[in-house]
Design a protein around this ligand. Sequence first.
Ligand code: GLU
Length: 507
Amino acid sequence: MSKKVRVRFAPSPTGPLHIGGVRTALYNYLFAKQNNGDFILRIEDTDQNRYVEGAEKYIVDTLNWCGIPFDEGPGKDLGHGPYRQSERKLLYKKYADLLIKTGKAYYAFDSAESLDAHRKDHEKKGKTFIYNWHNRFKLNNSLSLSPEELERKLAKGDNYVVRFYTPQDEVLHLKDIIRGDIQIDTNILDDKVLFKSDGMPTYHLANIVDDHLMEISHVIRGEEWLPSLALHTQLYDAFGWEPPKFAHLPLIMKPEGKGKLSKRDGEKGGFPIFPLSWGDSVGYREAGYYPETVVNFLALLGWNPGTEQELFKLEELIKVFDIKKVHKAGARFDSEKTKWYNRHYLQEQEDKVLIKSFKAVLDEKLTDAEVFNPDLKNNDEYIASVISLIKERASFVLDFWELGSYFFHTPNSYNEKVVKKQWKENTPAILNKIFSLLDSLEDFSSSGLEETVKKWIGEEQLSFGHVMAPLRLIMVGDLKGPHLFDIMALVGKKETLKRISLALEKL
Ligand code: GLU
């Protein structure tokens, strides 16, 4: 029987989660759910110097907002906890000791200064200093010291690290679900530090021990960890444990295609890099993106189903996502595409959700003095009608304001270019007549208006454009917007007539 699928997302709480990290979490989640497996959150906080207050909460909030909550993790112990490495601290020494006992690891006492001196010395000669088979027997460690000297140093409490003893002249055969087989010559590897005398394991040791104890079946993580795969594979071997299967995900690249997408790219291109706001960096959530958008665009950054389909909700992704089809090459980030997704998911939002968000925008943008009818700001029915007229062109709720502010306040300026082109000598005369025509109307519905005005244009033998363009200009302030008669009907007779008189005064 094959092992139960158990995957983990193992971020270090060193700050906000980059969207690349969110994608790693998402792929883990999808893989777990499609295999009826468990999705575990493990907080890798062994490096206390890099610990950032609030980062763990941020990670949890992000997973929840995206709709990909963890099954097991901090506060949700299902028998494999604790899930914060700082709370597992006491457990790792035993494993470091075990490796020393079996000769797979050794104590090293080299000071930071002496290692630095070696490094500089090598540099001068145009070489790189690597702590491994070349020199390990000449350095200050339990391989070069006599057993008595070693005893003495340990008893004295000298600072040490535990290093992995990389075997010489071997070829490692590593396996990666996405990259296939990789061969590594052990002679190019260094003897990585696994444990320090302050009692803390390094990432490598803690990561392997925890993945083993937590019965992780698949490790799905970013490509930046691929260079660690050789050591990790050797560690499993050294402990005599069956390794999990590995999948290293491609990087998310800058919009230009070269290099990893960074916070700076976001600042330059005016798009978020973090899922939620952090400090003064605006997150996807706060910028008006929907979790469906983030899930959808991230799923397709590095994977596609092999068809033309681009729109996927979480439930469908769980069915069709295929870790084996994740690309090797980096995935270029495209902020226009993310907007395109958001436009799609905005159309799908329930009216009441859009109304609520738009009201918040209106509260910020409109003062009572500006609204031609103060009740409109709180009139859900009116707001819903406005939204239904403009939402097709919106990617964000904030766009509603750009697209439809004139539904709430009388235009106080007119696009000059349009005025120049459309405001003809006979325009005031036409508008005066229209004013009387509309003033006499009982039926101010969109269809009623359309019928009356079109009939009138015919009778007066006017050109359609000569009437409609100036009329739109005075209703909207510009030549844009939805169907003109819809606008007039919605703002109502009184306001329409007011706008006509105002324009006649001003233009
Ligand atoms: N703590 C590592 C990180 O911050 C996790 C690497 C892994 O998944 O093995 O990305």
